[in-house]
Design a protein around this ligand. Structure first.
Ligand code: CP
Ligand code: NVA
Length: 307
């Protein structure tokens, strides 16, 4: 029997597993584009638990499970007992007796880990304060789709040391690329979160232009992530220099792509002309959430399918 797997952080999967997911994503995306039905998850039920807002994650998981023949239940903390302090462990034990798969978006990573520990079914991290593995899976796929192998390339991260940047760092180690990170000094990556094995893949900079120099992909994210809204005004001042604009893209590789997980704040972390410019693949990136997560759900429920 296959052992049950969760996808709580990027490093839960091996390169071999990611290569399988990328191959499957290509197959599933092509079927979707050609209106070829593929429903291996008939009668399978996905529970989606949202303790933070979402557009892309909600739509891509819900549309994805339906397209694969399954169904989804949407839960949030306001309308469930989670908002009235029912322990996450009890919630996990109950929900996982009734569904086949769970996706959770919440605050602390420890909450998805506690859920997974008490779950009878696979659990997917749909974003925590610490990680956003589904997004980086879509981003790596999008890069490979446009430019081929990501191994040996350079990805420049401009902005906050947040859930996205830490997940990029995990991906750099697994896929073998370099991550250049430029953050304001007070918002740098925490040394205790940089594993020894990550160090060979990480270069840190004080200046966004230096981080972007020669990069094959330039990427950023909001200055204030969900849950940190009280810091918004302070962050606006600290991050003012950390905008990805034409001058940043100018020093990157001539074929550099621009990505942003979205939602974007035009004129803050990215200029309008870069977001809407020829190097930007943000809409394909968003669409690919659907395709990679269909491959992910298929893998977690059925293992390595080759059909
Ligand atoms: N990128 C992303 O996860 O978007 P949502 O917050 O809309 O789900
Ligand atoms: N870093 C952002 C990503 C949103 C998809 C946040 O956590 O709010």
């Amino acid at each position: 029997m296959r052992t049950m797997k969760h996808f709580l952080k990027f490093s839960d999967f091996t390169l071999d597993e990611f290569q399988h997911l990328i191959t499957r994503t290509k197959v599933l995306k092509q079927r979707f584009k050609q209106y070829i039905p593929y429903q291996p998850l008939t009668d399978r039920m996905l529970a989606m638990v949202f303790e933070k807002s979402s557009t892309r994650t909600r739509v891509s998981f819900e549309a994805g499970i339906y397209q694969l023949g399954g169904q989804a239940i949407h839960l949030d903390s306001q309308s469930t007992q989670l908002g009235r302090a029912e322990p996450i462990e009890d919630t996990a034990r109950v929900i996982s007796r009734m569904v086949d798969l769970v996706m959770i978006r919440t605050y602390e990573q420890t909450k998805v880990e506690a859920f997974a520990q008490h779950s009878r079914v696979p659990v997917i991290n749909g974003l925590t304060n610490e990680y956003h593995p589904c997004q980086i899976l879509a981003d790596v796929f999008t890069f490979i789709e446009h430019r081929g192998d990501i191994a040996g390339k350079t990805v420049a991260w401009i902005g906050d040391a947040n859930n996205m940047s830490y997940t990029w760092l995990e991906a750099a180690r697994i896929f073998g690329f370099t991550l250049n990170v430029a953050t304001p000094a007070d918002y740098a990556l925490a040394p205790e979160r940089i594993a020894a094995a990550d160090k060979a893949h990480l270069r840190t900079f004080a200046d966004p232009h230096e981080a972007a120099r020669g990069a094959h992909l330039v990427t950023t994210d909001v200055w204030t992530s969900m849950g940190y809204e009280a810091e918004t005004e302070k962050r606006k001042k600290a991050f003012a220099r950390f905008i990805v604009d034409a001058s940043v893209m100018e020093v990157a590789d001539k074929d550099a792509l621009f990505m942003h997980c979205l939602p974007a704040h035009r004129g803050e972390e990215v200029s309008e002309d870069v977001l809407e410019g020829w190097q930007s693949v943000v809409w394909e990136e968003a669409e690919n959430r659907l395709h990679v997560q269909k491959a992910l759900m298929e893998y977690l429920l059925l293992g390595k399918v080759h059909a």
